[in-house]
Write a protein that binds this ligand. Structure first.
Ligand SMILES: CC(C)=CCC/C(C)=C(\C)COP(=O)(O)OP(=O)(O)O
Ligand code: MG
Length: 390
């Protein structure tokens, strides 16, 4: 399991824990609910200081395919449990074909090559059952269906994207309207593969999670859709943003909705008040950004080979900072590494500031997702290959 680094010095504690007003807030959360009849709702306090999670033990028996990007800071993970991978892969294909009619036959090779079972098993080592893993796997497939079919290379386009995304978003965040119009909306959720996938995956997720976990997910998906729209707007006008602007767009067009369901997939809940803490939000954002820049780096050659200009961090750095392709790529590796180091330092600080089991487990779950995501990108040689820069 990945590692928030050992406890950082006091000065690195998150602002939420170091200001006196905020201290009261943190103390209130750690104390738990205090009204009449709330005794059973309190979180257990950890008496001992949090122990950093054990470092991963990569499996010696089955070497991972694919090479890591030289110089990319990452943590190798153990090979995902092959029994789980096989079962998740079997079940997700059945869901895609039988429950949501996701893709035509000719896309089967790409569906299989995506290896979503291996991806999700690697990212959620603490899922108690395959049913829990399926929550993440359906959502991952649905999210990719929307990206491919609405935004990218399976019929997607920036033109009209806002309308399509908004209507698809109602599969996650229902329309509440009059009796006259409700049925037409309900029917629309079955009218294309992305909406069928979102609707079904969300229905499973809502059944298995708390109202606040479901609402957290809706919020993260709204963020994602806003990121898709900014990317599309820039593509429409062939605009290359400044590097910081690109990073802002990519903070929204981002894997964030995946690690933030780690508690639902783990069968527990990070309380909403802890999730909302600014320091926790910063950890989540840094994790999401590091995982997404990993995608920019591993998908660089695929995106260069595609039609038109596809923005990713190396491309934007090369254009905006006048660097060679190679130097821009290496600079993007450094940006990733800085994000990873900040993520780990801030996660360690939050683990100290919020010594409750759900927060500790959530932080470990997010870190496991970061590492599993790297593993999947490195080993998905069907989809990605490295540039020849070394
Ligand atoms: C699974 C999920 C929430 C994805 C949202 C954002 C997204 C599609 C990525 C972060 C992947 O980026 P990209 O579209 O560049 O993917 P590929 O490089 O085509 O694999
Ligand atoms: Mg990419």
């Amino acid at each position: 399991m990945p590692a928030p680094e050992p406890s950082p010095p006091q000065s690195r504690l998150p602002a939420a824990a170091s200001r006196s007003g905020a201290n009261a807030d943190v103390a209130r959360i750690l104390r738990g609910p205090s009204g009449l009849g709330t005794a059973g709702l309190r979180l257990a306090r950890r008496e001992e200081p949090p122990t950093p999670p054990a470092p991963p033990t990569p499996s010696a028996a089955v070497p991972a395919e694919g090479n890591p990007i030289p110089g990319l800071y990452h943590h190798p993970v153990p090979e995902p449990d092959p029994g789980r991978v096989e079962e998740v892969s079997r079940r997700i294909k059945a869901w895609a074909l039988d429950e949501v009619d996701l893709y035509p036959e000719e896309w089967e090779e790409q569906f299989d090559g995506f290896s979503v079972g291996r991806y999700m098993v690697a990212c959620h080592p603490d899922a108690p059952t395959v049913d829990h893993l399926m929550l993440a796997t359906r959502l991952m497939v649905a999210e990719n269906a929307v990206d491919d079919c609405y935004c990218e290379d399976h019929g997607g386009s920036p033109i009209g994207l806002g309308g399509r995304l908004l209507l698809a978003h109602t599969a996650l965040d229902a329309l509440h309207t009059t009796r006259e119009y409700q049925p037409r909306w309900a029917e629309s959720l079955h009218s294309d593969a992305p909406r069928r996938a979102y609707r079904s995956a969300m229905e499973y997720f809502v059944q298995a999670s708390s109202p606040s976990q479901a609402d957290r997910f809706r919020h993260d998906m709204a963020r994602l859709h806003m990121g898709y729209l900014a990317e599309a707007a820039w593509a429409q006008t062939d605009h290359v943003p400044e590097v910081w602007e690109y990073l802002a767009m990519r903070q929204f067009n981002n894997f964030r909705p995946c690690p933030t369901i780690t508690d639902s997939v783990g069968g527990y809940e990070l309380p909403a008040d802890l999730h909302a803490q600014p320091a926790m939000q910063r950890v989540i954002a840094l994790a999401g950004n590091a995982t997404t820049i990993v995608n920019d780096l591993y998908s660089y050659t695929k995106e260069l080979a595609g039609p038109g200009r596809h923005l990713n961090l190396p491309v934007v750095i090369a254009e905006r900072e006048g660097l060679s392709d190679r130097d821009a790529y290496l600079k993007a590796v450094e940006v990733h590494n800085d994000l990873m180091h900040d993520f780990e330092a801030e996660a360690a600080a939050v683990a100290v500031a919020f010594p409750v089991p759900t927060a500790q487990r959530f932080l470990r779950g997010v870190a496991a997702w970061v590492d599993g995501n790297h593993y999947w990108h490195q080993t998905n040689t069907f989809r990605y290959s490295l540039p020849d820069f070394w």
